[in-house]
Design a protein around this ligand. Structure first.
Ligand code: COA
Ligand code: AMP
Length: 639
């Protein structure tokens, strides 16, 4: 069937379309309804169905004859080690760790926070929760104790699973003191923690609360998968919104399993038995969907890579992994390849490896900027005969899989540089102006998705139906607001231009400038502040803060910057990459008092900035430009 026919059917007859996909996974009980609405009026997929995601990812694959096939390869250049698990071995590890969690009192519906580096045990923990019907919430290991505490308070976990340390290039980052600190400041404390002791750093254990992973497993019995409802939550993944309180995106079991399996062929053109590698982190949605669940649900081999694109040991790291493990499909963020390009612009290190196994390269997490696309196309043009296709695809934590992509497993489309191509089946993507009218082809507007969203997309936010409605459903009746703006062209290609809210993307990490402002506003000398993301060659965007001092306060620019950098590093983490700030006399505002953050961002990167008609006093822009010049911010950076 052509893409157009499939797409049309998915929009006009969603229940017919997704029933067919649902029939491809093994249910304990097939759903009573394909699409329905719950008591809050939210759309739900596959209500009445019973399944277990860990069973589908492991046991069902073994039943289908994949027991001896590799399920997971752990490749860790930072510890110089590797470990391979067949499906049977991974299932056994998961079943027994699930037994350990059960012994700690974890059961169906209980939450478990997982705060771990990129080790196989992170995946094992996630699948063990799924096996028990417990709800995991993975917190990215780069987040500081304050961020971990905020998530603990919201999820109220029974148990927290962690490791003694993570390794960033050659730095050993001790996790346990961060966890201890988070538990100290959290208002809710899980009763127990499980700690994976790694040889690079021994964690100090608190007797009665902290359990050693190995001892826990040695005393545990394997457990069988627990059937759950299709609409029961599989996980909560917190993502940055416009405030300091992250949004707990809920993923259900049924819709997730069906859509992710579907995506492996339709989007990625990947077949069971293939080696699929997503070079991301289990703390992000890409890691959840395409390091852990989708490859295993589809009978592929997945890779957990504890390393970086560069300096572990060099910019040939990606090519080494692809060649060594015969990767067929590779997926990473553009920023990772910008780092490679910076260190090895001619891609000389690629010549050292045979990457003939690679069929397609996928990129997401941020816009694939045209220069990076051109560079990748050029360096891959002689591989696999006609060159390896480079595919940009656009999605969000909220959806769990691609909203727009080149449908490689349905009907590959010609590429338009700068566009993630077309809507995937199930996503009725529209572009609306501020009044709710459909934009003409080529006109910029808010990108929205007509309801219902397809399976796997968030049914709601954890414990916050009102925020779900208010953040996503209230702007336009009957539509989900993506938070991105962009255009649809005459061929229905979508171009995503950027966020319309206070969310920025730093090296593929989604962060909230609103949260940074809340933290900076807590500084005793600060009267007012604005944080905005400015363009950065390597990281895509980096945050920069501008503050107005309280009357009578004297402080040097350097001292203020140091203190603000410390605050963001302490409370959010080094990943926020907040490095620059400026003290200004005033912030540009509209006459009604709204801070013009977009204008500040433009001042940092554009030479000609038109003065917004709503501004209260245009002279402020010159003052800010002077501070940017003095501080070397954005275009005024001294290289
Ligand atoms: N745990 C603890 N700290 C972390 C961390 C983690 N998981 N990830 C990053 N950090 C820290 C770094 O150590 C660094 O700390 P420092 O300021 O003390 O040196 C800081 O956060 C900034 O990190 P980063 O922006 O990643 O810069 P870098 O120089 O360490 O690495 C890249 C640059 C491009 C190699 C790296 O950002 C990268 O691999 N990006 C790809 C990210 C990605 O795949 N995202 C996909 C999401 S879909
Ligand atoms: P996250 O929830 O962390 O995956 O971040 C989602 C946001 O990242 C989206 O709303 C976009 O702003 C941005 N994003 C992700 N992928 C792309 C892409 N391919 N093109 C443009 N923006 C993207």
């Amino acid at each position: 069937m052509s893409y157009q026919d499939l797409y049309q059917q998915s929009i006009e007859q969603p229940e017919v379309f997704w029933r067919k996909q649902a029939e491809l996974i093994k249910w304990y009980e097939f759903p009573e309804t394909i699409l329905s609405q719950d008591e809050h009026g939210f759309f739900r997929w596959f209500a009445g169905g019973k399944l277990n995601t860990s069973y589908l990812a492991l046991d069902a694959q073994i039943e289908d004859g994949r027991g001896n096939q590799l399920a997971l390869i752990y490749d860790s250049p930072v510890t110089n080690s590797q470990h391979k698990f067949t499906y049977t071995e991974l299932r056994d590890e998961v079943a027994v760790f699930a037994g350990g969690l059960k012994n700690l009192g974890v059961g169906k519906g209980d939450r478990v926070i997982i705060y771990m580096p990129m080790v196989a045990e992170a995946v094992i923990s996630m699948l063990a929760c799924a096996r028990l019907g417990a709800v995991h919430s993975v917190v990215f290991g780069g987040f500081a104790p304050h961020e971990l505490a905020v998530r603990i308070n919201d999820a109220k976990p029974k148990v927290l699973v962690t490791a003694s340390c993570g390794i960033e290039f050659t730095n050993v980052i001790e996790y346990k003191p961060l966890v201890d600190r988070a538990l100290e400041i959290a208002e809710f404390a899980p009763e127990k923690t499980v700690v994976l002791q790694r040889p690079q750093a021994e964690a100090e254990m608190q007797s009665g609360r902290d359990y050693d992973w190995v001892k826990l497993v040695n005393q545990a019995e394997p457990v069988e998968p627990v059937p759950v409802e299709a609409t029961d939550p599989l996980y909560i993944l917190y993502t940055s919104g416009t405030t300091g309180l992250p949004k707990g995106v809920v993923r259900d079991n049924g819709g997730h399993a069906v859509a992710l399996k579907y995506s492996m062929k339709a989007v990625y053109n990947t077949d069971p038995g293939d080696v699929y590698w997503a070079g991301s982190d289990v703390g992000w949605v890409v890691g959840h969907s395409y390091i852990v669940y989708a490859p295993l649900l589809h009978g592929c081999t997945t890779i957990v890579y504890e390393g970086k694109p560069v300096r572990t040991p060099d910019a040939g790291a990606f090519w080494r992994v692809i060649s060594e493990h015969k990767v067929n499909t590779f997926f990473t963020a553009p920023t990772a390849f910008r780092a490679v390009k910076k260190e090895d612009p001619e891609a000389n290190l690629k010549k050292l490896y045979n990457i003939s196994s690679l069929r397609t390269l996928f990129l997401a997490g941020e816009r694939l900027d045209p220069p990076t696309y051109e560079w990748l196309k050029e360096i891959l043009k002689e591989d696999s005969g006609a060159g390896i296709p480079v595919v940009d695809h656009w999605w969000q934590t909220e959806t769990g899989w691609a909203i727009c992509s080149n449908p490689m497993g349905i009907e590959p489309h010609p590429v338009k540089n700068g566009s993630p191509t077309v809507a995937m089946p199930g996503y009725n993507v529209q572009v609306l102006d501020d009044e709710g009218n459909t934009c003409k082809p080529g006109e910029t507007g808010n990108i929205v998705i007509h309801l219902p969203l397809p399976p796997s997309c968030l049914p709601t936010l954890w414990n916050d139906n009102d925020r779900f409605k208010q953040s996503y459903l209230s702007r336009y009746d009957g539509y989900y607001l993506t938070g991105d703006e962009g255009i649809k062209d005459e061929d229905n290609y979508i171009f995503v231009m950027g966020r319309t809210d206070d969310v920025i993307n730093v090296a593929g990490h989604r962060l909230s400038t609103g949260e940074m402002e809340e933290l900076i506003a807590g500084h005793p000398a600060v009267a007012e502040c604005a944080v905005t993301g400015i363009d950065d060659e390597l990281r895509g965007q980096v945050p920069v803060g501008f503050v107005v001092l309280k009357d009578g306060v004297e402080m040097s620019q350097e001292q203020m910057q140091k203190e603000l950098v410390d605050i963001i590093r302490r409370d959010i983490g080094a990943v926020a990459y907040f490095r620059q700030s400026g003290i200004v006399k005033r912030l540009p505002k509209t006459r009604s008092g709204k801070i013009l953050r977009k204008t500040i961002r433009k001042l940092a990167v554009e030479t000609e900035v038109s003065v917004p008609p709503t501004i209260d006093d245009p002279i402020i822009l010159d003052e800010i430009r002077d501070v940017m010049r003095e501080r070397g911010i954005g275009q005024y950076a001294v290289s």
